[in-house]
Design a binder for this molecule. Structure first.
Ligand code: OAD
Length: 232
């Protein structure tokens, strides 16, 4: 494989599946047990904040104690050892990329281990449950504390930075994502328009599988380290 100068990696829930975290759209995934409109929209938070906070409290608890797997470790090694630039853009709200050592990382859908005040926008690291009684330390109002995660209908984070990286990359790799949620699902087209080589690494062909120049199917802990070895 030629040396690529600028690599953008997009990751999704399939990357963390073998660390023990549920995916969303697999048979027993999170969206088979909950309706998006009940727990993952700003309207749901206005209507029934306790329910929304409880959903994310459960997810925060399930993320406690999980460890990065061989795929996260391989991607962090790629960032550290590749002579070119490597940017990882993750849709995952878990901290497994950074725990594995990734530094050039964008959490486009936010982070479960941070809280965000809906009133004043203050953000802070947060590992405990959130409740409607919690008072913001910045604006002193109660009732607005929410997880710092992007809900359906909200704009993902750092989109300008991501667009610039996609427009300049020569290799785009999509890992463990079903390719159903935009804008992330459209990144492959942005990378293709920039002339990049595009590769999908996933358990099965994603929704957008035909948009990639190359696809490798299998478990992330097996195919990602092998692909990284090939790149290095
Ligand atoms: P999905 O659950 O939609 O897709 C996960 C993908 O990972 C599927 O295509 C699986 O086949 C694949 N997969 C499962 N186990 C795997 C393994 N061990 N190795 C490799 N691949 C595996 O999750 P996402 O695409 O990440 O957003 O979902 C995107 C967004 O939708 C999430 O960030 C979240 C969700 O609703 C918000 O909540 C805003």
């Amino acid at each position: 494989m030629p040396v690529h100068e600028r690599i953008v990696i997009l990751t999704g829930a399939g990357l963390s599946a073998e660390s023990g975290l549920s995916t969303f759209r697999d048979k027993d995934g999170i969206w088979s047990r909950h309706r998006i409109e009940d727990v993952a929209t700003p309207e749901a938070f206005s209507r029934d904040p306790e329910r929304v906070l409880e959903f994310y409290n459960t997810r925060r608890k399930s993320a406690a104690g999980v460890k990065p797997n061989a795929a996260h470790v391989a991607l962090a090694k790629l960032e550290q050892e590749h002579p070119g630039e490597v940017l990882t853009v993750t849709q995952n709200i878990d901290p497994l990329h950074e725990m594995a050592g990734a530094r050039n990382l964008i959490h486009m859908h936010g982070e479960i281990l941070k809280k965000l005040c809906a009133y004043c926008g203050a953000k802070e690291p947060w590992e405990d449950d959130l409740s409607t009684e919690l008072v913001c330390r910045t604006c002193n109002k109660a009732g607005g504390m929410r997880p710092d995660v992007v809900w359906f209908g909200e704009m993902p984070y750092q989109m300008e930075e991501i667009a610039l990286a996609l427009g300049a990359c020569d290799l785009f790799i999509s890992i463990g994502t079903s390719g159903t949620v935009y804008p992330a699902a459209g990144f492959v087209m942005e990378a293709r328009n920039a002339g990049a080589h595009t590769v999908e690494l996933n358990l099965e062909p994603s929704e957008g599988a035909t948009l990639f120049a190359k696809a490798i199917h299998g478990k992330a802990t097996e195919i990602v380290p092998a692909f990284v070895d090939e790149l290095l």
